[in-house]
Design a protein around this ligand. Structure first.
Ligand SMILES: [Zn+2]
Length: 130
């Protein structure tokens, strides 16, 4: 999955700058099949050739980023309206991917439960990034 590039630690400002708002993306793009306004479980990571890795929200060498979540408006982990709080769980361990064609952005990470490993995917709405 690694491109071999140097570790690129991204900030909330980077997401706002590089990611296209979902509502303005072309409906016929290949990435339109990725419908994930909130977190979705996917069978395997989504990557190239559809998406290109932009960087990571996990600080290099940080093996235990906080498990605390940040919410607003009564949102919960699975809510499509949950803020994308880059310093909080689970965003603080996500890789950031962009559609090569339309620059829609996606977050991905692996959830390690007691008896399962689950790959999670969520679309980035720059307006929800805090
Ligand atoms: Zn696209």
């Amino acid at each position: 999955m690694s491109t071999g590039a140097a570790w690129a630690l991204l900030t909330a400002a980077d997401l706002r700058e590089h990611v296209r708002p979902p509502g303005s993306a072309p409906a016929d793009c290949d990435c339109a099949r990725l419908v994930c306004p909130g977190w979705e479980s996917v069978s395997s990571p989504v990557g190239e050739p559809l998406l290109e890795r932009l960087g990571s929200l996990r600080a290099e060498g940080d093996d235990e980023p906080t498990l605390t979540e940040q919410h607003s408006e009564g949102s919960s982990y699975w809510s499509p309206n949950a803020p994308i709080a880059t310093a909080f769980f689970p965003y603080n361990r996500c890789e950031v991917w962009l559609c090569r064609r339309c620059a829609r952005g996606f977050l991905q990470y692996t959830e390690y439960g007691g008896y399962y490993v689950d790959q999670r995917l969520r679309e980035i709405d720059p307006g929800r990034v805090v």
